[in-house]
Ligand binder design. Sequence first.
Ligand code: NAP
Length: 321
Amino acid sequence: MKAAVCEGYGTPEVVRIREVPTPVPANSEVLIKAGATTVDSGDARMRGLHVPRGMGVAVRLRFGLTKPRQPVFGFDVAGQIEAVGAEVTRFQPGDRVVASRDLALGCHAEYVTVAEQGAIASIPDKLSDRDAVALCFGGSTALHFFERGKLAAGEKVLINGASGAVGVMAVQLAKHRGAEVIAVCSGANAELVTSLGADQVIDHTTEDFTRNGQHYDVIMDNHGSATYERVKSSLKPGGRVLMVYGEVWPTIAASWQKAVVRGTASISTAHLENLMSLAERGAIKRVVDWVLPFAQIVDAHRRVDSGHKVGSLVLTFGDDH
Ligand SMILES: NC(=O)c1ccc[n+]([C@@H]2O[C@H](COP(=O)([O-])OP(=O)(O)OC[C@H]3O[C@@H](n4cnc5c(N)ncnc54)[C@H](OP(=O)(O)O)[C@@H]3O)[C@@H](O)[C@H]2O)c1
């Protein structure tokens, strides 16, 4: 099968499409024939080692010293089950599913194995593979942080970085929870985030949201510029900061603050089922920046590196583009 192999750390050109052995599902795994996957900020960060300052060595120790130990990136996949292991009971060949391998990666490939007990959910008939996969990375991350931050109906939440993969899902999911949503993005994306339900949009290129006198129950930082030190005076009593991305020192400085939720999002079947169900009912929709054929994965990495993609960047396999 073809897979996108990351042959070192560096620019997008280190990613090459190669022939690799097709994986064989273990007894408790399913084998998915990929219809669509995404190239996410996480893939681009790891490929280029665009990690928080001071974290380069730790990341190399964890993921590979001179090149990635798992050279095939990709957090999520949507497609059709091709084969199942002997102990699998929930799925059968032909089922359409969306799944995440999270930090085990490996989804930038024509075939992907996923544990039946991993993060895997059926795709409703109404949704295409590209619809389903575009909801995963950002949607699961937003759900994870809203759960841990206990975002409640009636609360006022500011989402810094509201137009990327996490942001567009966070805006919609926060509205769905009954929160008042203030979105921070560039002016070019104001109309989009308003259409997703934002009650107010702040253009980060012209306005500093920490200086407008407003106060929030929850501030979600998807960009790294809303550090606890910078935003603490914009929090209401009992307010929380959801640090989806943060540089090392602001993260360490905030680590003793009970008001700060940080760490890596974990993606579960429940998250994926929730996202599929909400999308099926029209309560949320996917936002897609570019759809490219798998063969153009290097272009996809370049686009993600811009730091200004809008929603998810989807790659399709076969004829589905
Ligand atoms: N903790 C975790 O488990 C976890 C999980 C997923 C992602 N992440 C991290 O979360 C971050 C966001 O991920 P993503 O996939 O949503 O990234 P993305 O799709 O690349 O989006 C980044 C967004 O940042 C916005 N932005 C750029 N400059 C900004 C500024 N000065 N102020 C405010 N916003 C600005 C951009 O909006 P405009 O173009 O409108 O400026 C863009 O929409 C990434 O750093 C990623 O590594 C962490």
